[in-house]
Design a protein around this ligand. Structure first.
Ligand SMILES: *Cc1c(COP(=O)(O)O)cnc(C)c1O
Length: 283
């Protein structure tokens, strides 16, 4: 299934958006691409998937949707979470639990050692996915995306997608050496992003990391993010409130050519983010 491409106009410029957000309500965006190899795995090859990390994570929700589809048990470990989050009836955590995710809290002081021990005594029918879905197997799924872009018939030679671990931007740039790939760090700063990418592969020359003009903390509400998201909504596409606004700001401020923005998904988390924007008094 090829995701469609939308044309939008923003700040008097034309942008194309590769609509990976439309693939599935829960299993979409770059998490769909990153889980591609596992999605091709016959259900009887595995019985269980284990992952860990934040409880608002888009990766968590995508894995939950995949496991539901495959009939695999899904265990997800996190640090202790608040009662408020446990009681929420919207957002990624709520949806993941509805899809059958078994959530287990690990006390702060044992967390690091516990995660490190997950790989001990693994049986061959259990698969571990590291935080954020950072897996080598992501490469194949991003090659499929690269082919779709090459075959789109658009003459545009610049792409953009926001980074957490940088897995998506890195493999996309490696699969499309004739394109320029823009990204920006949304978790930590540029040197952290480069470190994460370099652990997977040498960073290619066609990958350009744009620096946001201000330091943003991951998944915090910012007035200018909300304004950017609203502008994008008016342009016709809903984006996530955590990753997309920062990259869109960079693209508008620091580039001037035609660009295909690869929608990385994550809109399922907007409900609970909007709740936080309201609490902060931004709405
Ligand atoms: C996970 C995620 C990212 C970051 O992807 P990486 O491959 O870790 O860089 C970007 N945008 C959205 C919406 C995400 O869910």
């Amino acid at each position: 299934m090829h995701s469609p491409i939308s044309k939008i106009s923003l700040d008097g410029r034309v942008f194309y958006v590769k609509r990976d957000d439309l693939i599935d309500p829960f299993l979409a965006g770059n998490k769909y691409r990153k889980l591609y190899t596992l999605l091709q795995t016959p259900p009887n090859k595995l019985t269980k998937v284990i992952s860990y990390g934040g409880t608002q994570s888009n990766a968590m929700l995508a894995i939950a949707a995949m496991c539901k589809q495959k009939g695999w048990e899904f265990k997800y470990y996190s640090k202790p979470i608040s009662q408020t989050l446990k009681n929420e009836n919207c957002g990624n955590f709520y949806h993941a639990k509805n899809l059958g995710m078994i959530h287990i809290e690990i006390e702060q002081q044992f967390y690091k050692d516990f995660i490190a021990s997950l790989r001990f005594n693994l049986d061959e029918k259990t698969f571990i996915i590291d935080q954020g879905g950072a897996v080598e197997e992501a490469k194949l799924g991003l090659e499929v995306l690269a082919d779709e872009i090459k075959n789109s018939g658009l003459g545009v030679k610049s792409l953009a997608t926001p980074s957490g671990t940088g897995t998506t931007a890195l493999y996309l740039a490696l699969s499309l050496p004739e394109y320029r790939v823009y990204t920006t760090p949304c978790v930590g700063d540029t040197s952290y992003l480069k470190e994460q990418m370099s652990a997977l592969h040498e960073i290619p020359k066609n990958l350009t990391i744009l620096e946001p003009q201000k330091k943003y903390h991951f998944a915090k509400p910012y007035r200018e993010f909300l304004e950017m998201q609203q502008k994008l909504l008016e342009a016709g596409v809903e984006f996530d409130l955590v990753y997309a606004p920062s990259l869109w700001k960079c693209l508008i401020e620091q580039t001037d050519e035609e660009i295909i923005y690869i929608h990385s998904g994550g809109v399922s988390g907007n409900e609970s983010m909007m709740h936080r924007y309201r609490q902060k008094g931004f709405i």
